[in-house]
Ligand binder design. Sequence first.
Ligand code: NAP
Length: 277
Amino acid sequence: MTKIMDGKKVALDTEESLIDRVTFLKSQKGYVPTLATILVGDDPASATYVKMKGNACERIGMKSLKVELSSETTTDELLEQINKLNKDPQVHGILLQHPVPDQIDERRCFDAIDIKKDVDGVTCLGFGNMSMNEKAFGSCTPQGIMRLLETYEIEISGKHAVVVGRSPILGKPMAMMLLNKNATVTICHSRTEDLEQQILRADIVVGAVGIPKFIKSNWIKDNAVVIDAGYHPEKCGDIDLGPLTERVLAYTPVPGGVGPMTINTLILQTVEACENS
Ligand code: NAP
């Protein structure tokens, strides 16, 4: 029977267990797990994401510290803010909302985040550690996908996974995480030839392209596991699920699949960072 990987439910269940962990940290250890969010500029979508992250913190009793900077902020000014938060013992996780305005060197700023506070998994060092299968906070969307695969007991070892997309926050770390679990991984991107043929060979397909319904249902073989990381205003993902749902082993619905797992992973990793401290 086809499994529907219900990210909303997994996220809610996790929140319940996080409430207990946060209560314990506050009452027994005197720590209030705190996530600092940095928003640069006035992009409405970014502001909404930051607000959703703050709300998630509130729901489980964590604190969120909002840092809002003007769209004229320079790289040096942002680095100064990040360093301040790195040194603040009351801050356990730092989230720099992507994208930042063009004049800022985003990579330099991401890499300035203290590895112990890199709960969004954006630093090169964190990516390197994760890729080497060492302890690290994973980039939240792919890490959330791995948590879904684990919850729904999807077999990864020995399977052929095809990841469509190679962005630093999604496609690339996704591929490394699947490789760490012994999948045979193919990474596809905009220059891939025969994309359809590549996807047709996949036991596990991850759509992380950013184009609505780009991957067609007839490119996906029977009994595949289908992960759709995309989310578009028309409430669809990167994969045209269409008539697929009955012939695949498992799939993530859009909305309610991968989406809720991203913020959930962020707060989970912040609680872990607090516990580690
Ligand atoms: P991105 O940075 O724009 O990367 C898109 C990737 O898709 C690139 O690697 C690009 O290849 C590849 N691509 C573009 N056109 C292609 C084509 N015709 N054939 C094959 N590959 C193609 O996007 P992203 O940040 O990774 O996000 C991907 C999707 O995930 C989006 O729908 C986004 O909304 C969603 N997302 C969801 C969450 C969540 O919380 N649920 C979080 C992040 C992203 P090149 O590298 O060659 O350009």
